[in-house]
Design a protein around this ligand. Sequence first.
Ligand code: HEM
Length: 247
Amino acid sequence: MIADHRNGKIAGTDNLLALLMSAEDPETGYRYTDLEIRDEVMTFLGAGFETTAAALAWTWFLLSQHPQARRRLGEELDEVLGGREPTAADIDDLPWTQAVVAEAMRVFPPIMGVARTAKANDVLGDYPIKAGTSVAVLMHSVHHNRRVWENAYDFDPSRFRKENLDGPQRRAHIPFGAGKRMCIASGFANQEATLIVARLAQRYELDLVPGQRLRRELTFTGGPDGKMLMAVRRRAISPGPADRRRL
Ligand code: HEM
């Protein structure tokens, strides 16, 4: 595709690839090499697209299995939005929607784990770690640690109501990693996922088509391995308080 952009086979300029290809450092005039352009695009696709896609796929799956959580989601969306489109300004008023997204990412963290290399000798818990050792942090294990999470395998968004979360749970919810190399786009991704869930759940209910054998892809991201077929049903929006006043 880089070659096709260069030789004019692809003419569009309003896309990420074209922007990276035309980018130039204003001070030094440096332009990305083809390999750097490819690496940047791969980062956006892998880190920026697959992750949120995996988070959303599992969110729809979990909602289809938990009608009560889904009903509450619909009620919150009707109450706050009353049928109008959600915007970023609504997010603070949608605590249950946010909790659904956070809990889905706890149960099915989009990134399975991250690795670090110890710079110096250290001790982690009872384990001596030698400098140079690779240490993996498995989000999935941390998110299902029974010492921190009660009924860790159950999907229960109410854990993420602010008043219910205790300190250890806050620290043990790490879908975006932690520390210096934590996801640079966690705020954006949370906002994007919350708005997509709000916008779609406001209008539709998605039910898992029975008889599918769902498996989790065990690669860098942990989305569904293959298709996840859902039946889509339009839901009736009840007027929220703002609309009721107008009626
Ligand atoms: C639900 C969505 C997302 C999840 C769960 C997620 C998760 C993560 C995790 C676990 C890391 C590694 C942190 C570490 O090593 O400690 C990471 C890094 C990163 N993410 Fe995300 N991410 C998401 C969305 C995004 C989006 C939308 C973008 C860009 C548009 C993005 C860009 C990056 C980049 C550039 C890094 C590397 C940061 C660095 O090494 O300093 N991510 N992400």
